[in-house]
Design a protein around this ligand. Sequence first.
Ligand SMILES: [Zn+2]
Length: 316
Amino acid sequence: MTRAALAVDLGGTDLRAAVVEATGRVAAFASTPTDAKGGPEAVIAQMVALLERVRAETPDADIIGLGVGAPGPLDPEAGIVVDAPTLVGWRNVPLAAILSKRLGCAVRLENDANAAALGEWRFGAGQGTQSMVFVTVSTGIGGGVIVDGHLLHGRRGLAGEIGHMTISERPVRCACGGVGCWEAFASGTALAREASQLAASGGASEIGRLAGPDPITGRHVAEAARQGDGPALNLLDEEARWLGIGLANLLHLYSPERVILGGGVGSLLPMMQERIRHTIGERAMAAFRDVPVVQAALGRNAGLVGAASLMLPEAS
Ligand SMILES: [Zn+2]
């Protein structure tokens, strides 16, 4: 029998489940579009069905429990989803208790970004560190902070909302309702916004050509930049500068041994590394400037593997 944990990654778009072995290996995987409008009961039924599927594929696994990554804010101690903005009707849902009763095993709940940070720390690019910061840059910016060998939770588990630190006085509205957040300047959404504005003024013809009739996204910018397109390279340079400013703040706050960059925009790190390093060099105190910024290793599996790791015993 192989020791393993079940894992669920509850997203607004996709619901994903897995059996994850104690080594971090994903032994079975299943996913389905989340019934985001169906309310908690419908989604919980989807979870149970997916878990039964992955469980059936791994008859030899000795399951020690279930870890769930879900959108915040949530209470990891009580196992309650407090308010998931992308899911209809998810207010104060005692998800851990409900699933524990249905499945007959121990269940732990964690914020999805924190779960991904745990995954990278235990089994990915953060292995071997005692302190690290995980930053995921895609539609928004999220993250998780490991300090002195522990995931930082803070009051009500809300620590590490790094995307919403104020980074500029420019009145750019953030999805959270705030103004000037890091996410409003450095997320994939922000990159797409800048590219669209440039294209509208006639300054990004190659990016516009790649997008065709579709809205411009960060992916189009990346594609054009890979071909050496000047405007795209400038946009990525500015993206990297905003990222570097936020990362310098995180270095000063948490003194990590390593910063792990994930998400769609994070995967463009090789094209941005030079400007990020330059910006950190300009803005961080000397003692922090040599901290490596590296790419995440687990990709989309980070959240699942991290959720499972809530149940898996620490490696000796
Ligand atoms: Zn914000």
